[in-house]
Design a binder for this molecule. Structure first.
Ligand code: ZN
Ligand code: ZN
Ligand code: ZN
Length: 370
């Protein structure tokens, strides 16, 4: 079949079908959900519960659930009860506001030796999303005294905890792995970009020792802007990395100062040699028009396909939630920001993620795609 080049009827970008592009469709759907009056949200929650009660699954209304959760931060109490009655534990976000008796029952099951490993991993995820002191204490206890089901899981409860935005260090000290505020990156004019306290993809002129591609500041944050008070950074920090080979690495690190100085730290496993991005790609990245949004949005606002780039809140992990341990202090880092690649570079897939350890002044940059 011949591919005919057309224009998106909404934004004008090149597409190969009649109609509007994927990102415009996502934007329209987001605007629709944002405008829903409360009674329609209530009836949508009713439909979600009905599906779970009637089929034991969340399939048809899965997308609706995700969008109501992300854009409207709905209370999930009724959904959690319906899901629990059907032994349905995926997606784990259904349990965000689970009723107390449901949480108690889940905690009891996960403490048993004879709980199935797969079920245990589902329960850990759901409990992580629910959070709270009792869940935290239970995770500590489960990690100190692993039950039989732990043998078949790859990671400790502390890694599951990060799905809910928290974790703990090896001494059992509670740590947040997410910031409790979220701002979207939105399109702006070149003038607005100059004033934006967050910028994506600034050129540095330095070259990557592994592949020769230009190193960029994947994101720059000016913590002196009041919107970024929640970061607790009284200066400018820059997440420096090679955008070409980060795709092939299991996370790169950079050291920073709050004066805007940073140095990319390259691991010794330097196997990448070819630069697939080139001058043209770097220029395209640097010319993006994204600026920090004026107002905060719900924490999971960008935790979705086509969620776009954002600072704080929850990431959209295309693979598993990947909170790194700081290379210096060994503690779990804190998720800081994500960039949806195809919004800044045509043809790039997936997301980039930035994490931070403020104690050690280290940032991690990671890449995930399908
Ligand atoms: Zn479009
Ligand atoms: Zn490189
Ligand atoms: Zn550290």
């Amino acid at each position: 079949m011949e591919r005919i080049l057309r224009k998106c009827k909404q934004c004008g970008r090149d597409i190969y079908f009649e109609g509007i592009c994927v990102s415009c469709r996502a934007e329209n759907e987001r605007n629709r959900i944002l405008a829903l009056p409360q009674e329609e949200i209530d009836s949508a929650v009713g439909r979600i519960c009905d599906e779970i009660e009637n089929t034991g699954e969340l399939d048809k209304e899965r997308d609706l659930f995700g969008k109501l959760l992300n854009y409207r931060d709905i209370n999930t109490s009724k959904i959690a009860r319906a899901a629990f009655q059907k032994d349905l534990f995926y997606p784990c976000e259904m349990y965000k506001d689970a009723p107390e008796d449901v949480v108690k029952a889940m905690l009891e099951t996960v403490k048993r030796d004879d709980t199935d490993s797969f079920l245990a991993s589902r329960l850990l995820s759901c409990l992580a999303v629910y959070g709270g002191e009792e869940v935290f204490q239970t995770f500590l206890e489960l990690e100190a005294h692993p039950r039989k089901w732990r043998e078949k899981l790859y990671v400790n409860p502390s890694s599951y905890a990060a799905i809910g935005g928290w974790s703990y260090d090896s001494g059992g000290k509670f740590l947040k792995t997410n910031f409790d505020r979220c701002y979207p990156m939105v399109k702006g004019t070149p003038e607005e970009k100059k004033r934006s306290p967050v910028k994506i993809g600034a050129r540095t002129g330095e070259k990557c020792p592994r592949c020769g591609c230009e190193i960029v500041n994947l994101m720059e944050f000016d913590g002196r802007d009041p919107r970024l008070d929640f970061l607790g950074i009284g200066g400018v920090i820059k997440a420096k990395c090679c955008p070409n080979c980060m795709e092939y690495m299991n996370g790169d690190f950079c050291r920073y100062t709050v004066d805007g100085e940073s140095e990319a730290v390259f691991g010794r496993d330097s196997f990448m040699t070819e630069d697939y991005i080139g001058e043209e790609g770097i220029e395209e990245l640097a010319c993006n028009s994204y600026i920090l949004g004026e107002n905060p949005v719900p924490l999971r606002y960008a935790a979705d396909w086509e969620g776009g780039s954002s600072v704080g809140g929850f990431a959209f992990w295309i693979q598993d939630c990947a909170i790194k341990n700081c290379p210096d202090c060994g503690k779990p880092m804190k998720y800081l920001a994500q960039i949806q690649w195809d919004t800044v570079m045509d043809g790039m897939e997936g997301n980039a993620y930035i994490e931070i350890c403020k104690d050690c002044q280290v940032m991690a940059v990671l890449h995930q795609q399908t």
